[in-house]
Design a protein around this ligand. Structure first.
Ligand code: FE2
Length: 284
């Protein structure tokens, strides 16, 4: 069993790095950290970086999780290999690029790419945003899955991950008390489905709603409130069709007797206020 303790970063393939970096800073409100070769790093919290944009397409998408130490890393490699999962260690150059002490990579049954890292660096300076979007944390990712029950089983068997609710087949999964850290959405191919940042208040969500609308950013869902996690949300589309989400008020599950709930795959189950998603993976 691999014990994940945190989300570390995502790597996102970008057709046009400049365009993605400009959207990240001026539209989302992230801070550009550095540029190296064909990579641009941005952040919205205390991490060294939350997103690393790399030149390329969806096959470059990666989600990284942190484990506690080298013992957890080594036993994670053994556990996955004995479960028949192909694992590859990161090179020194790749570790340097990611600002981690060590890592290995693997893919889930759908073909999504993951990295398990130890000791990802924190920034030595506080997050200084490009615009005041109220971002306080990179909090979860939505993933595409070609078979949600199969992939959910992959996560719950090999990792300290459990479902906290389902919308249809879409599992809202977590490794800690936050309602969801990974959400698996049925689709016909792999890829990151959305990237979530928490913001300080509903005022930040509504301020961004008007700000993004004025900039003619495609709002794809919201403002609304998730029935499952209770979080208020706003989803919008960036370059390469990548969906970003701001949310506030995600449920913290501290009841040891909490049981996951099954909801129907309907717009009503996605939004308590009645917003309708313009997101293919959120619709039948
Ligand atoms: Fe989300």
């Amino acid at each position: 069993m691999i014990e994940i303790i945190d989300l570390a970063y995502v790597r996102v393939g970008a057709a046009n790095l400049e365009e993605s970096a400009l959207f990240a800073t001026e539209t989302i409100g992230l801070q550009e950290v550095r540029r190296e070769d064909n990579r641009i790093y941005v952040r919205g919290d205390e991490r060294d970086h939350d997103i690393c944009y790399v030149q390329g397409g969806v096959d470059k998408h990666v989600v990284a999780f942190e484990v506690a130490d080298d013992k957890a890393l080594e036993s994670g490699i053994k556990d996955l290999e004995s479960a028949g999962v192909s694992v590859q260690r990161g090179s020194d150059e790749e570790k340097k690029d990611r600002r981690v002490l060590d890592f290995f990579r693997f893919s889930d049954p759908t073909g999504n790419n993951f990295e398990i890292v130890i000791r990802p660096q924190k920034s030595a300076r506080r997050y200084f945003p490009t615009r005041d979007a109220g971002i306080n944390e990179f909090s979860h990712v939505g993933l595409k899955t070609t078979n949600a029950p199969r992939d959910e089983n992959f996560w719950t068997t090999n990792f300290n991950i459990r479902p906290n609710d389902w919308i249809g087949d879409a599992g809202l999964l977590s490794f800690d008390s936050v309602h969801h850290r990974i959400a698996l959405f049925p689709a016909d191919k792999p890829g990151i489905q959305h990237i979530n940042f928490q913001v300080d208040s509903i005022d930040d969500i509504m301020r961004s709603y008007y700000y993004l609308s004025e900039k003619q950013v495609h709002i794809v869902f919201g403002p609304g409130r998730h029935v499952t996690s209770g979080a208020m949300f706003l989803y919008y589309e960036g370059p390469d069709g990548m969906i970003y989400e701001f949310s506030h008020g995600v449920r913290i599950i501290d009841d040891p007797n909490y049981r996951p709930r099954q909801f129907p795959f309907t717009p009503e189950a996605f939004c308590a206020w009645g917003a309708k998603p313009d997101i293919p993976e959120f619709r039948d």
